[in-house]
Write a protein of this length. Structure first.
Length: 685
């Protein structure tokens, strides 16, 4: 089934819309979240709304007299619609933006084709794919304008409220009227967005922080990370926004706009920051009922003080109810995990580590087994041609010509080394026809009317080619760490070619760090077993698999997972893509293919395996930080709300002023943000 990109929806043929009976939003009639209620099919924007409907169907159904028989309607998980592509709370005068899809940072399932406010939390929607040159935040400008225009009035009210009785500027009755006049524009104009979004949240039966603020206020009136120059040679790829520090160069633009590496980095970071970590499910579950619980506590406090309290109990009740509404902070709960994820992804990006989603950050710390490819992952991926060994009756130059002609159609680093060597010797190459690649064991094709096969022993066996004549020379080369490829023409052995790929200078240090973290390292490569074992012995790798095909790597990942291992796969080639996608955490080299990077959850921009150890430490620190934030938010609200309600008054005679409640609420959010910002501290390089 064809998939529809979120950014290329059909604007000319809008889908039929249905209203979600729980939140009131418009959703596509093709939504996968449906229930059969009586004779009607109800459509929901998300699984959470559908589950809420299941708990109280009569409450949310338009016609409660119908039988309370609710049937779940299965749907194709590959549906191509956008579950929450809706006409939400659009900004004033906001027009649909052709090709631009907007989403909520806190609720990424919310999507629409125009700017506006999230119906769940009231936050301003932002583009799904951020622009590198986008204008300043319009919402920030609006709030800043309201703030600066009303700051003088707020300052005067603050001075009168705190020191008016000492200054004796006017009697208290007159001062109260002056404060009312000065406060009215601050609350009714500067605070208007809070009331608007708080009301919208109530209408959609999804109370949030805007609801508490409006209630409380109304009652009483916030790329590679490489510091040193990197040498580039002819044919190397350049990333936009890098600087040429010496000499001159000629560049060719291969990608522009959103297809450039810099733009993709920005998009990947933004995507990761909007995604939800598994830990956030706990926070979402609590937050779903938090606002309702706080309002209930505030109402109970008001009536308890009014009925059971001392003289002027209703006044005390109003003050304490307002204090409860103000001190309650779902923001601290809501920010607990997203703030940590946002800081962690930003920190990772500065070190050349790109996380595609929040789940990767949380899962990486659990990894106990790492499968690595050899070429381009452990090694430089810039193989150097070693030698040609012709079979009896053939010339070395002829063997090189045929192999290089065939390899012109391949993007593999080993093929590039052979082609470069042939051209360096001035050998004229023939055109290749019927080229086949991607098997992971070699390439096939026709050159000058000859059927050629170039690859490892497995490919030769499949082609029915005997290699015994050169087996001894091949084994000797493999023991030296060289990669050996046999060349066959028309079913007969022509010769072999050896290519050496030096191990990256950073690889031994990276593997030592991973071993120190008790991670088992497994190498899976398409190279021959002898070559693989020679490299593995040099690097101290725990387990080796040679001459493996893409499906073998996939099977290896699945086998280890069935054994109870948490598996990460690191690779850079097309043949690594299935294993990268299947692993618990897929890690692609930024120096590799686009297919590998699109299949992985993590990309190491510099292709340096030391980034895995850094990313794992960042994962551990991030999860610990999220738990700290969640614990603080729960403890703060668990203690703050009862104190604001006056729980300690019978014992101490102490009540919490709404002003101190407001200060505590602000400090709680600031504390969560401040704790998350600790993740910006450098980690071990």
């Amino acid at each position: 089934m064809s998939q529809t990109s979120p950014t290329t929806s059909d604007h000319h043929a809008p889908a039929a819309k249905e209203r979600d009976p729980v939140c009131g939003m418009f959703v596509s009639a093709g939504s996968p979240h449906q229930r059969l209620y009586g004779e009607r099919v109800l459509h929901f924007c998300s699984a959470s709304c559908a589950e809420r409907f299941d708990t109280e169907p009569a409450r949310y159904a338009a016609n409660p007299s119908e039988p309370l028989t609710v049937t779940h309607i299965a749907s194709d998980a590959r549906s191509t619609h956008h579950p929450r592509l809706h006409d939400g709370h659009d900004g004033e005068g906001a027009a649909p933006q052709q090709g631009i899809l907007y989403t909520c940072p806190m609720h990424p399932e919310i999507r629409q084709h125009r700017p506006g406010a999230c119906p769940k939390c009231g936050m301003a929607l932002e583009p799904v794919l951020p622009s590198l040159d986008e204008d300043d935040n319009a919402e920030l400008k609006d709030f800043a304008r309201r703030f600066w225009w009303t700051l003088p009035l707020t300052s005067v009210v603050f001075v009168l409220a705190m020191f008016g009785h000492q200054l004796h500027l006017m009697d208290m009755g007159t001062q109260a009227w002056v404060e009312l006049v000065l406060t009215a524009p601050v609350v009714l104009w500067a605070g208007a967005p809070f009331f608007q979004r708080g009301w919208q949240a109530l209408v959609h039966r999804s109370p949030n922080m805007w609801t508490l603020i409006s209630l409380g206020t109304g009652a009483a009136f916030v790329l590679t990370g490489e510091p040193l120059p990197v040498s580039k040679r002819p044919g190397d790829k350049l990333i936009g926004a890098t600087l040429n520090t010496g000499g001159t160069l000629l560049m060719r633009s291969e990608r522009v706009g959103s297809e450039t590496m810099l733009s993709q980095i920005v998009q990947m970071v933004a995507q990761a920051q909007r995604s939800k970590a598994p830990l956030q499910r706990l926070a979402d579950g609590v937050a779903g009922w938090f606002v309702v619980a706080v309002v209930i506590v505030a109402v109970l406090a008001f009536f308890a003080w009014g009925i059971l309290g001392p003289e002027q109990g209703w006044v005390y009740g109003l003050i304490n109810a307002v204090s409860v509404l103000i001190i309650a902070c779902p923001c601290a709960l809501g920010l607990a995990t997203p703030m940590s994820i946002m800081v962690a992804t930003g920190r990772g990006a500065t070190q050349g580590i790109l996380f595609r989603d929040a789940a990767a950050i949380e899962n990486l710390r659990k990894v106990d087994t790492l499968i690595v490819d050899k070429t381009g992952t452990l090694t430089e991926g810039r193989p150097a041609f070693d030698r040609v060994v012709p079979a009896p009756g053939f010339e070395a130059r002829e063997v090189l010509r045929l192999a290089a002609s065939l390899d012109q159609g391949s993007e593999h680093p080993l093929a590039d080394a052979i082609v470069r060597q042939a051209r360096a010797q001035g050998i004229a190459l023939d055109a290749v026809e019927d080229f086949e690649s991607g098997s992971g064991i070699g390439v096939l094709g026709r050159v000058a009317d000859r059927s050629l096969a170039l690859g490892n022993t497995v490919l030769m066996t499949q082609a029915g080619v005997a290699v015994e004549a050169l087996a001894a020379q091949a084994e000797a080369l493999r023991q030296e760490g060289a990669s050996v490829m046999y060349l066959a023409a028309d079913g007969g052995l022509v010769g072999l070619l050896a290519v050496s790929d030096p191990v990256k200078a950073s690889t031994p240090e990276a593997l030592a760090a991973l071993h120190a973290a008790d991670i088992r390292i497994v190498m899976a490569t398409g190279d021959g077993g002898t070559t693989a074992k020679a490299v593995a012995a040099r690097l101290g790798i725990d387990e080796v698999h040679g001459e493996v095909k893409p499906e073998d790597k996939l099977a290896l990942v699945e086998r280890l997972q069935h054994e109870g291992r948490v598996v990460a796969m690191a690779g850079d080639g097309i043949n690594d893509a299935p294993a990268l996608a299947r692993a618990d955490v897929g890690i692609a080299m930024g120096t590799g293919t686009d297919v590998a990077m699109n299949s992985a959850q993590v990309t190491l921009v510099k292709g340096d395996l030391r980034g895995i150890a850094i990313a794992r430490e960042l994962s551990q620190a991030t999860v610990a930080n999220m738990r700290q934030n969640l614990w603080f938010a729960l403890v703060y609200n668990g203690l703050g709300v009862p104190l604001a309600a006056g729980l300690l008054y019978p014992l101490t005679g102490w009540l919490l002023s709404p002003m101190f409640a407001a200060l505590a609420m602000s400090l709680s959010s600031a504390s969560v943000v401040g704790n998350a910002l600790r993740l910006r501290k450098p980690h071990r390089p």
